[in-house]
Design a protein around this ligand. Structure first.
Ligand code: FE2
Length: 365
């Protein structure tokens, strides 16, 4: 391991969405994805500006925040972008140092280091901007034992859904604007000390109509993986361009959530109304020639439309949801890794053709 990592990160702390209706968003993630209620902040806790619900499954913690005022930063964010990810919070051993090291390397400040405390202890937070209006908040919580953060109370509603086997965030993808991929790859490298794992260009990722370019940036211990996509010119509008048009700028495109049993997880999610992209059944006629032996029964994967890919280290199973809101922006990937450390390059073509069919229906291709 290198010892000169200037930004040690323990893992993802939480992902916060700014949404139009936090109560209903939280319910959707509970009912459809099996998240469990964790914490709440709102009028009843003395918070007159905004309401936040926090849900958790495995190590994945999602926060849904809505504004109670029409002109707040949150309300403006929702008005412009629709529901979307505002914050990717990183759990760090030292939030003051994280702020100092990144801002001195050129990061734009979002929040100066600040200490928050209540009866359960102290949390230090600081924050910097990344692409678009998205921010990273550094959270130092070694001296805190409350349910989430100071200002939040435990949330114990009567309704509990069954978990769906989701364990942790495998990676989180950002869509950046035309010609901006290298700028942001460099930002993660220079400002945050990440290194590049893989890159794809339009020779790897193109169909008859659409293209994109992608670089995967990872932190020192590999727990944080941020692929970055940039649109590339194709015959028609790419899904990245469609995202940027509807999100009105760069933003988080998808969160990949890991499971140890994708068959059970996806069967459960489908039953609860999560909608997934489908590939033609012909995909399964030839997939084993490409990926070789797999432990799972192909028929079961085919019935659930789960995709398979292999690299030098093993294979992976993955599936992609349709956008989870009205604008075609944020979606989810469910992934089970069986040795493979890559991102499913072998599935890009089938997948993009599937997305194009959806774009066609939306009139945005
Ligand atoms: Fe992904």
């Amino acid at each position: 391991m290198t010892t000169n990592d200037f930004l040690p990160i323990n893992g993802t702390d939480y992902v916060e969405f700014y949404v139009g209706n936090a109560k209903q968003a939280a319910y959707f993630y509970q009912a459809a994805f099996g998240f469990q209620p964790l914490a709440y902040s709102g009028l009843e806790t003395g918070n007159k500006e905004k309401t936040s619900y926090v849900v958790q499954q495995g190590k994945i913690r999602l926060v849904f925040t809505t504004s109670l005022e029409p002109d707040s930063e949150i309300a403006k964010h929702c008005n412009k972008h629709g529901d979307g990810v505002k914050v990717t919070a990183l759990w760090v051993p030292d939030a003051r140092k994280a702020y100092e090291e990144t801002t001195k390397r050129g990061a734009k400040s979002y929040m100066q280091p600040q200490s928050f405390s209540d009866a359960d202890g102290e949390v230090v937070c600081s924050g910097i901007y990344t692409y678009g209006e998205t921010v990273h908040i550094f959270v130092e919580r070694d001296n805190y034992k409350g349910p989430f953060l100071p200002g939040f109370v435990a949330w114990n509603p009567e309704f509990r859904s069954k978990e769906a086997g989701l364990l942790y965030i495998d990676h989180m993808v950002g869509n950046v604007g035309w010609g901006e991929m290298n700028t942001w790859a460099e930002f993660y490298n220079k400002v945050m000390g990440f290194t590049q794992l893989i890159s794809f260009d339009d020779n790897d990722i193109s169909t008859e109509y659409t293209a994109l370019m992608s670089k995967v940036m990872a932190n020192d211990n590999g727990r944080i993986k941020f692929p970055l996509n940039e649109p590339a010119h194709g015959k028609k509008k790419s899904q990245i361009e469609e995202y940027i048009d509807f999100y009105k700028g760069p933003g988080v495109q998808h969160l990949a959530l890991a499971t140890n049993n994708i068959v059970e997880t996806v069967a459960e999610l489908r039953k609860r109304g999560v909608e997934f992209l489908t590939v033609p059944q012909s995909y399964y006629d030839t997939v084993l020639e490409r990926v070789g032996h797999i432990d799972e029964e192909l028929k079961i994967l085919q019935d659930l439309n789960i995709l398979i890919d292999r690299d030098d280290e093993g294979y992976l199973l993955q599936i992609f949801s349709k956008p989870v809101e009205d604008r075609p922006t944020v979606f989810y990937e469910i992934i089970q890794r069986k040795g493979a450390k890559s991102f499913g390059k072998g599935n890009f073509k089938a997948l993009f053709e599937s997305i194009e069919r959806e774009q066609e229906r939306r009139g945005t291709l």
